[in-house]
Design a protein around this ligand. Structure first.
Ligand SMILES: [Mn+2]
Length: 348
């Protein structure tokens, strides 16, 4: 067998495994389970109590999936420990939103476990991930993906694009960085996902918005690239001048204008470094946790969201789990807003 054939065979075997159970189930880490001991207070349902390992259910519902992958990271390595740490931090939250006065203790979030792609090249890993994401979405799930480095933006969106054909996707990236770097000498990095998404026609530039972009953190060439593609950029300075609510309304009108569905990507480095020491590339002068929760809620409620990711949490550099608990908070906000909207639509 030639080397090429052997490689194709091992890829095929992996895909077969994926077909069997989407993800090998020993890899559904269930690391939230030790905390999931009901009965401590019968008056309270916690976020942990609504998590369940996926065993063949169908959507519509939220499907949680971890991708412990940081082979493409440009900054400090360690984001592969992100999914475990975010799942760990869910235990601090209740299945009740005070602000919405909304109880969602009767809803379920299905955990598909982790996508393991060790030993693959970045490009190969991305193809496997795209296939698994496609399959989860085709079972009716809205995907909530925990990274991992931001290179994952490309395979996740590719998988969702294939699952939701021919729908057009509007994309919002909450990030300090544009992440539209060129792939140079074939090297795919955590700085390249949205260039790959745009150049491969997965999302059109006119349907792409970035929020939270910092000063002194991005190359002029990449700003021009994105402007030429018709993308919209809201920097921290724009947010200060115009206020967050105004920016969110404009972002919604852009990503919802010529599209059928939307997707949210959250790079944890979009947070100010005071809230997020545990990221691959920490940056000052950033967003607050409240601002990101606000973006998530408004996008979920006002557009047709097919997925969200939370990437670049790097537990190695975190202090007192600050970044991890913020990441878990965004996860909980997404779940609450998603089911709140679903319930509202039912009673219409
Ligand atoms: Mn990023």
């Amino acid at each position: 067998m030639t080397l090429e054939k052997a490689k194709n065979k091992s890829l095929q075997q992996k895909k077969d495994k994926v077909d069997d159970s989407i993800i090998s189930f020993s890899e559904c880490l269930r690391n939230w389970e030790p905390y999931q001991k009901k009965g401590s207070d019968p008056n309270e349902v916690r976020m942990l109590d609504i998590l369940e390992c996926w065993t063949g259910e169908l959507g519509p519902a939220i499907g949680l999936v971890g991708i412990p992958f940081d082979s493409a990271v440009l900054g400090r390595k360690g984001a592969k420990a992100g999914p475990k740490k975010i799942r760990d931090s869910i235990r601090y939250f209740k299945a009740y939103s005070w602000d919405l006065d909304y109880w969602f203790g009767d809803k379920r979030v299905y955990d598909f476990g982790d996508i393991i792609t060790e030993g693959d090249s970045v490009a190969e890993a991305h193809e496997n991930i795209a296939e698994i994401i496609r399959k989860i979405a085709e079972k009716g799930f809205t995907t909530l993906t925990l990274g991992g480095d931001h290179s994952l933006g490309y395979p996740i969106l590719k998988g969702l694009k294939n699952a939701h054909q021919p729908n057009k996707i509007g994309l919002i990236n909450i990030d300090a960085h544009l992440d539209v770097r060129e792939v140079i000498d074939g090297k795919i990095t955590s700085g390249t996902p949205f260039r790959r998404v745009l150049d491969n026609g997965i999302v059109k530039g006119e349907n792409f918005v970035e929020i939270g972009i910092r000063d002194f953190t991005n190359a002029r060439k990449y700003r021009r690239y994105l402007e030429e593609k018709g993308g919209t950029i809201f920097t921290m300075n724009d947010i200060r001048k115009r206020g967050m609510e105004d920016i969110i309304q404009e972002a919604i009108s852009i990503i919802g204008r010529k599209t059928d569905v939307t997707y949210i990507s959250i790079d944890m480095d979009s947070l100010d470094q005071i809230y997020a020491p545990g990221v691959s590339a920490p940056t000052p002068d950033g967003l607050t946790p409240h601002q990101i929760n606000q973006i998530i809620h408004e996008i979920v409620v006002n557009t047709n969201v097919i997925g969200m990711d939370i990437v670049e949490l790097n537990p190695l550099y975190d202090t007192a789990d600050t970044t991890a608990i913020n990441a878990a908070n965004f996860l909980v906000q997404f779940v609450a807003s998603y089911y709140w909207k679903m319930d509202k639509e039912k009673t219409k």
